[in-house]
Design a protein around this ligand. Structure first.
Ligand code: ATP
Ligand code: MG
Length: 332
């Protein structure tokens, strides 16, 4: 089986609809076809200030949400990034292979540091894509299920894998992004030209899976749409309504043309009301399942312990090979 790997940050507590549709649904699908490794990337979360108690709680909450989404610890390896020390170790090696200019071109850093104020941004935020390179290469992953916003980081990963292999001999698998075009970018409900984001969306534009379902329904019903009246799929001219159609189609398994036909001659409000109900029907049992996992911390801990053990076995081998290839003297 080919390997797959991905990670999600435990910041902000709840996952949002963009995380679920753009990434997590693909994690669930790939556990059937791939030897899949999924992790909660707590080391990435600390690139921005975190409250220690909250970080710990949010890490558990992230694991619970992944399980509630359908990840099955018997079919994939689920773990917490900091439980596998090889990530930070190979991260350093990758830092030493990355050009400063190359790292400076990462648009996520530009966006995120601009938001924080350039003086506040940490060196960790600057190098986080390079830690991500290590995350992926340690597992010799072929497929990396992510949203569109991560494409540039996967490109960097490919470049660094090839650079390492050229300089030191074939060591790492060169990965490819696994991006499902239709759902690669779910947009903010209030600003349908920017991506829905844990850290950058306005509360009204962000559909958190763990929000009160009533709040969620209200957010969907008040989503920003254009001033037209015809429901059609046109991401440029009708960004808001197209985003809602994408969400609708993915959650129901129906096609967009079919939906457009069904809503012919009807108002935007009708679509929003129906979609609000569909999302509520999705999040209600999701919240319950998440809570059930949180209520059973022993099971959760044992899943993570097994996951870390399986992950470490793979990661340690890759790291040892890399250390050897670059000429680090083995400890006797
Ligand atoms: P932040 O804005 O703080 O970076 P985030 O909302 O991007 O948070 P992450 O944990 O960084 O969340 O991303 C987890 C996964 O979800 C990644 O694979 C990312 O590409 C995907 N993703 C995030 N936002 C969206 C979105 N709006 N549409 C589709 N996929 C998304
Ligand atoms: Mg992100």
């Amino acid at each position: 089986r080919p390997r797959a790997l991905s990670g999600i940050q435990p910041t902000a507590g709840s996952f949002h609809l963009g995380n679920y549709l753009g990434a997590i649904r693909q994690y669930v699908a790939l556990q059937e076809t791939h030897d899949a490794f999924y992790m909660v990337v707590d080391l990435h979360a600390i690139t921005v200030p975190q409250d220690p108690a909250e970080l710990r709680a949010n890490t558990r909450l992230a694991v619970a949400q992944l399980l509630a989404s359908g990840l099955d610890p018997d079919r994939c390896t689920l773990f917490v990034q900091s439980h596998v020390p090889e990530h930070a170790q190979l991260g350093w090696v990758m830092n030493c292979l990355t050009g400063f200019g190359e790292a400076s071109r990462m648009t996520q850093f530009k966006d995120k540091s601009a938001k924080q104020g350039a003086d506040r941004a940490t060196v960790g935020l600057f190098t986080y894509p390079i830690l991500q390179v290590a995350d992926i290469l340690l597992y010799q992953a072929e497929a990396v299920p992510v949203g569109e916003d991560q494409r540039q980081h996967i490109e960097l990963t490919r470049d660094l894998a090839e650079r390492f292999n050229t300089r030191f001999g074939a060591t790492f698998t060169v990965p490819a992004p696994h991006i499902v075009k239709e759902v690669a970018k779910i947009y903010d409900l209030q600003d349908p030209t920017s991506k829905m984001s844990k850290s950058a969306s306005t509360p009204k534009g962000l559909v958190n899976l763990l929000d009160e379902p009533k709040t969620t329904a209200k957010k969907i019903r008040s989503a920003v749409t254009d001033t037209g009246t015809v429901i059609s799929f046109d991401p440029v001219e009708k960004a808001g309504i197209s985003n809602l159609l994408t969400i609708y189609a993915t959650l129901t398994g129906r096609s967009i043309p079919e939906l457009v036909k069904e809503y012919e001659g009807r108002m935007y409000g009708a679509l929003k009301t129906d979609l609000a109900e569909i999302v509520v029907d999705f999040v209600t049992p999701f919240r319950e399942r998440t809570q059930a996992y949180l209520d059973d911390p022993e099971t959760l801990d044992s899943i993570l312990a097994k996951g870390a053990e399986k992950a470490r076995a793979v990661a340690a081998e890759s790291l040892a090979t890399a250390y050897d290839r670059i000429g680090l003297l083995p400890a006797k």
